[in-house]
Write a protein of this length. Sequence first.
Length: 134
Amino acid sequence: ASEFWWETLSPFDTVESDQSWMRLLGEFAELHYVTNRKLPANVKEQTERWLYKHDFPLGDVHVVTEKAEYVRDNFGDRLWGAIDDSPYNIKGYARLGLPLYVREWQFNADIHPELPRVQSVKEFCRIMLEKTNE
């Protein structure tokens, strides 16, 4: 199987920390990986392979067209929060009033600046874990 450009990406800037925090969060919450990438045709399998290759915890992979609407319709009543960095998806989550934490980058800094920002997946996981005590 050939790799696409995004399969060669490192998981995150703090991968070991992010992975361990994701595993910890997975002990308390149901994890779902939702992507709205259009290509390639086997994006679900490639996403699963990337998650496995980088030792992320198990969770269902959902390939969808409209991420925010899918999350609302399938997880809205039990959603603690989501993390995303895509300007398009940020706008969708904001429009629907879903709890989103924006993974901050320079390219999305001016998109709904009122939404909470996180600098890493670890930071997002820490916030979600605090919700287990609420």
